[in-house]
Ligand binder design. Structure first.
Ligand SMILES: [Zn+2]
Length: 400
């Protein structure tokens, strides 16, 4: 079943408003020039604005995946409660910024932290991620079917508001004035678009973005694309690093724990940063089931970490391909794993893919089994039980 992107957008910002929060730390301006050139994919080295593919005109960047990037200055930001909705919406007051992008402008000369440098960086990172994902997964991925995400807004917040990139979504990025769009932030948000398609078409057994397997694989791709284990979220205690050791099940965290991380990140500065105080107030209104719910973004580190370590050992291209192959097998392997694995693992497990289903899929690909077993075991998963249920088999018996 295909769910219209607009519906997903609301879900992402409403019920997962938190989860978006659970996205990001501000990067220093000094990384700007580097960011523009990060992860070149299929394009030749870009020198000037006119080298950008599909440049539409001097003020708008427009291409086959990203139809437009428009930039606004945010002068006011507040949370607004709406009828019949549980979570409030962030509401912005904005002023358009007209970009100055003459065709002969050298990309390297765009001032770090300027609206022009950030618009170009956002355009390039988004386009490259979507091209990269299309290349990885093949022609079955059509990002242009997500019509509502082809136009992207870049909102630059005034100093009085501060850094609010944690409420970013795939078609609305927020960064603090003078800072630079981090490649990891763009990759993470584009990853949500990829995984919406995945949930609907390629691996419909994946649960939503509140799930650790879903978010863990998504974040593996974020770090792999950026070639950087650090995933910027914004609040210092909410930034993620997939290279850091983590244990299962100790590494699982709830929304309430995330709210606490947010308050501890900004609490001593609430007087000078009224927006953060307002957001903390919003978090404090989450009670009961919402607060007890698993935070998939943070909990997903127990999945992203072993995958990242396997990538370090085997190389990016190989691991990317193996994870894609495992994802393709997931819908079939999940039935097999529930039949073969011991009840101690599968009893009472939700019907959507769990860590043991993912590991079974990785093992069933038939390559580098020992690496996956070692890395999952290192985190604390009972990988031995999965290995016993999915022994190395002759190629004709591998589930394809
Ligand atoms: Zn997210």
């Amino acid at each position: 079943m295909h769910v219209a992107p607009v519906k997903r957008s609301k879900l992402h910002l409403q019920t997962v408003g938190l989860v978006v929060l659970l996205t990001a730390v501000s990067w220093s301006c000094s990384r700007s020039a580097q960011l523009i050139r990060a992860r070149p994919f299929s394009e030749p080295q870009l020198q000037t604005i006119s080298d950008l593919p599909h440049l539409h005109d001097a003020a708008t960047l427009s291409g086959h995946f990203v139809r437009s990037v428009r930039v606004y200055r945010v002068t006011a930001l507040r949370m607004e409660r709406r009828p019949n909705r549980i979570d409030p919406d962030p509401v912005t007051t904005t002023v358009p910024i007209i970009l100055s992008l003459a065709a002969e402008t050298r990309l390297a000369d765009l001032p770090a932290g300027s609206p022009e440098a950030n618009a170009v960086a956002l355009y390039l990172h988004a386009t490259r991620y979507l091209e990269w994902a299309t290349h990885l997964f093949g022609d079955r991925i059509d990002f242009n079917s997500q019509e509502n995400y082809r136009d992207i807004e870049l909102l630059i917040t005034d100093p009085a508001i501060g850094d609010t990139q944690y409420i970013t979504s795939p078609n609305r990025f927020l960064i603090a004035s003078g800072s630079s769009v981090p490649v990891g932030l763009v990759a993470h948000e584009m990853g949500h678009r990829l995984f919406w398609i995945m949930e609907d078409q390629l691996a419909p057994v994946l649960a939503g973005p509140n799930d650790l397997v879903h978010c863990g694989i998504l974040e593996y791709f974020t770090a792999s694309f950026a070639n950087d284990p650090f995933v910027p979220v914004g609040p210092p205690l909410l930034n993620r690093d997939v290279s850091l050791p983590v244990r299962y099940p100790e590494g699982l965290e709830t929304i309430a724990q995330t709210a606490d991380r947010f308050r501890r990140s900004y609490g001593t500065h609430f007087a000078e940063q009224p927006w953060h105080a307002q957001y903390a107030e919003f978090l404090s209104t989450l009670r009961g089931d919402a607060a007890k719910r698993l935070d998939g973004h943070r909990s997903g580190l127990v999945i992203a970490h072993p995958l990242w370590r396997a990538r370090v050992r085997l190389g990016a291209a190989k691991l990317d391909a193996l994870v894609v192959a495992a994802l393709r097998r997931l819908p079939e392997i999940i039935f097999e794993s529930r039949r073969r694995l011991p009840p101690t693992l599968t009893k009472n497990a939700p019907s959507k893919a769990q860590w043991f289903d993912l590991l079974a899929a990785l093992l069933s690909v038939g390559e580098e089994r020992s690496v996956f077993l070692e890395e999952f075991r290192r985190v604390g998963f009972d990988a031995t039980a999965v290995a016993a249920a999915f022994p190395k088999v002759a190629s004709e018996n591998i589930i394809r």
